[in-house]
Design a protein around this ligand. Sequence first.
Ligand code: FES
Length: 275
Amino acid sequence: MSGQSAVLRALRKPRGTAQEGFGRTNRRDRWGIYPLVQGTAFTILAGYLFFSGIVWNPIGGPAFEVDGYLSPLFSPWLFKGQLPWFISPGLLILWIPLGFRATCYYYRKAYYRFYFADPPGCAVGEPTVHRKYRMEAAFPFILQNLHRIFLYLAFIPLTFLWIDLIPAFVPPEGPHAGALRIGFGSALFLVNVVLLTGFSLSCNSLRHLAGGRSDCFSCSRRRRVQYTLWQRLTRLNTHHMGWAWASFISVTLADVYVRLLAMGVVTDPAVFIQI
Ligand code: FES
């Protein structure tokens, strides 16, 4: 164990094949645009979600639950009405999706690039200070290895988001209580939970969980089922970046929509069918 610790302590980031020096490269394309756009979008969305989920309610923000639409940032709504005013209910649940996204393999690649220039892009030189970087073998980045745990946890709020579709489609109160509501909000909530499910199911760790620990996919019926599952998850995984962005945007839009409804800025266009 001590030998292994010594190896980890001595671990340094390899030089790689990019040119030495921050931003130096032989690339002729506009390689900086991609991380710039991604970093800007990520910062705006993450900043809004942090403000809305943690800060807005304690300082008197609008309601996050309107006419059966509960903002996904607050689901499941724990200790309803029992928390001190300065604690947002979002605080109790957001650490799970936050931890899941922060440790996601795709997001790691993206924010290492646009926040730490590590590296700024493929085949682009990075700051020499990175030579001291011990990668994900030392604190704090060793915590990235918790990703699989966050994957397991992420299915808890995801399950509640599916359950939240019931009041989104069948409002429990109001003039149309008990009727089937086909509205913009219910459609937005459905799209959001589908995209979040796609994001979770396309996770690299889940793919590894499904297909790992096997040397032979054709040796038994169980192994063949495992192989089929792994193939399906692999197909989803191919588009993991797309799932990541689409679900990031949809969860933001769902929260914004609920807030706008609560403020009376918009009304929910909907048709109701008695069931
Ligand atoms: Fe992105 Fe697991 S790799 S969620």
